[in-house]
Design a binder for this molecule. Structure first.
Ligand SMILES: Cc1cc2nc3c(=O)[nH]c(=O)nc-3n(C[C@H](O)[C@H](O)[C@H](O)COP(=O)(O)O)c2cc1C
Length: 181
């Protein structure tokens, strides 16, 4: 197996997972901005990591092009987000919907995907994302009074948090190594 990890990360949480995965399987983790310096012909397995950005997954268009151009390679997707994982009380339906909005099951039936909780840091965001989040918070503030779940999310996100845990990469590692097939 000749794997490589390519990751898109703005505030570092996806990058942390990418580095843990690369370390455990013994390969390189390449930042998305350096993707053109990598020749995918040198690898048979491409692990792509990115993050939930409202209704999109940054870098997804590139990944789709690579999947189309390299049908012989194995691609594995992982995404991070602020939402809790199902084992933490998060909604597996919402997480799956967030992935399937970009990678519909009908078009990508064989793409293994994994969700790992990232974190949130407002102060590391670019200006546009900060504005988007201010709009988001104006909505969550209104809903917090009547929805305890939203109240917790609103509080946690405003304070900032790091929800990354190395153990969360285990199912992806099993899949890449073949045990999760
Ligand atoms: C504009 C914006 C939209 C986001 N939308 C979602 C979302 O829909 N679902 C979610 O779980 N997290 C969402 N997040 C949180 C990020 O996915 C989370 O902070 C992620 O771990 C960031 O990864 P990074 O640190 O590698 O950049 C959003 C963050 C921003 C800034």
């Amino acid at each position: 197996m000749k794997p490589v990890v390519i990751y898109c990360s703005q505030t570092g949480h996806t990058e942390r997972y990418a580095r843990w995965i690369a370390e455990d399987i013994g390969c390189d983790a390449i930042a998305y901005k350096n993707r053109n310096a990598v020749d995918l012909a040198d690898f048979d397995t491409v692990i792509f990591g990115s993050w939930f950005h409202a209704a999109s997954i940054p870098g997804a268009k590139w990944l789709k092009r690579q999947i189309a151009a390299h049908p012989e390679k194995r691609f594995v997707l992982f995404a991070t987000g602020a939402s809790p994982m199902p084992e933490q009380g998060g909604s597996s339906v919402e997480i799956e919907e967030a992935v399937r909005r970009t990678f519909p099951e009908a078009e990508y039936p064989d793409l293994p995907w994994f969700y790992m909780r990232g974190g949130f840091s407002m102060d590391k965001l670019g200006a546009l994302d900060r504005t988007m989040m201010k709009v988001f918070f104006s909505r969550t503030e209104k809903l917090a009074g009547s929805d305890p779940g939203i109240a917790v999310m609103d509080r946690e996100m405003k304070a900032g948090f790091d929800g990354t845990e190395r153990a969360f990469i285990a199912p992806l590692l099993d899949c890449v190594r073949g045990a999760g097939e």
